[in-house]
Design a protein around this ligand. Structure first.
Ligand code: C2E
Ligand code: MG
Ligand code: MG
Ligand code: MG
Length: 278
């Protein structure tokens, strides 16, 4: 609105911008209380390995359900939490909760946790991850961290060291949103990780123009690096067919299952077992 800009001549133009700024401010001021109150929850989305013919892992996705305003997307609040520092405690909670939840998931499945660049670069990140595994009793092989290439490129030497340490602990790393940030392929060669995750923006365009060729190129790059490829945002059978033809290993998307809360009965997650493997 006009108040937000303070310049009369911009009033009409900045009406939306003012609302965005207000909403932003509201999120910023609410985050702390929301966290204390326990508004946050994790949903899980299956990752399917077509060769193995089964679900191999679940990605933990953060959900904020505000008592009055309802669901607020992580795409809205995570960046703000990163700027304000709230991502620290929130991220720690996510990691701990996901590792705890993983114990009720099928034993041959891992849990994949999104790690903010801010968290990844925190001084004692690896030590913290190790302490969470110890506290929750989860085997390192059942934890995967999803880290964006942008996070890794900020301080390449440190990132390389952190990735090496994680790998030594037996924790696998997937490079999330691959191809959407700025990445330096020569550094990528020096980094230790186990998966490239093809961003859904590539998957959604796979049937158009050169989309298929682009995806094949990413799979080729994965192979050259000796890592697996996982595709996110797979919504249709046609996309899955093309991804399979391109040599993609693991699939995630609404076609296989939407993110859903864990439903635990008799110490086991039941809801997650229902997902159909195509
Ligand atoms: P991301 O890690 O790339 O997660 C994939 C997003 O795609 C998720 O959105 C997921 O719900 C959505 N998705 C999955 N399958 C499909 C599909 O078939 N079609 C479409 N259109 N979308 C699909 P979501 O849950 O809204 O999360 C958005 C982003 O927020 C995540 O992107 C991640 O960057 C961030 N985020 C979510 N949870 C956390 C968290 O615990 N910590 C941090 N640091 N970031 C998180
Ligand atoms: Mg992710
Ligand atoms: Mg992603
Ligand atoms: Mg993405």
């Amino acid at each position: 609105n006009a108040r937000a800009s303070g310049i009369g001549g911009w009033a009409v133009f900045s009406s939306d911008m003012g609302q965005v700024a207000e909403h932003r401010q509201w999120i910023e001021s609410e985050l702390h209380a929301a966290f204390q109150r326990g508004d946050f929850d994790l949903h899980y989305q299956p990752q399917v390995d077509l060769l193995k013919g089964r679900i191999v892992g679940y990605e933990a996705l953060l959900r904020w359900n505000h008592p009055e305003r309802g669901a607020i997307s992580p795409m809205e609040f995570v960046p703000i939490a990163e700027e304000t520092g709230m991502i620290g405690p929130i991220g720690e909670w996510v990691l701990h909760k996901a590792c705890e939840d993983a114990r009720v998931l099928p034993e041959n499945c891992f849990v994949a946790v999104n790690i903010s660049p801010v968290q990844f670069m925190t001084k004692d990140f690896v030590r913290y991850v190790r302490s969470v595994l110890e506290k929750t009793g989860l085997d390192a092989s059942r934890l995967e961290l999803e880290v964006t290439e942008t996070a890794m490129m900020q301080d390449k030497e440190r990132a390389a060291a952190i990735l090496r340490e994680l790998s030594e602990l037996g924790i696998s790393v997937a490079v999330d949103d691959f191809g959407t940030g700025y990445s330096n392929l020569s550094y990528l060669m020096d980094f230790t990780f186990q998966k490239l995750k093809i961003d859904k923006s590539f998957v959604s365009r796979i049937e158009k123009d050169n989309g298929g060729a682009v995806v094949s190129t990413i799979v080729g790059l994965s192979r050259a690096l000796g890592v697996h490829t996982i595709a996110e945002g797979v919504e249709t059978e046609d996309q899955a067919t093309l991804l399979r033809a391109a040599g993609c290993d693991v699939f995630q998307g609404y076609l296989y299952g939407k993110p859903a809360p864990l439903v635990i009965r008799d110490g086991e997650a039941i809801e997650v077992r229902r997902v159909a493997v195509h």
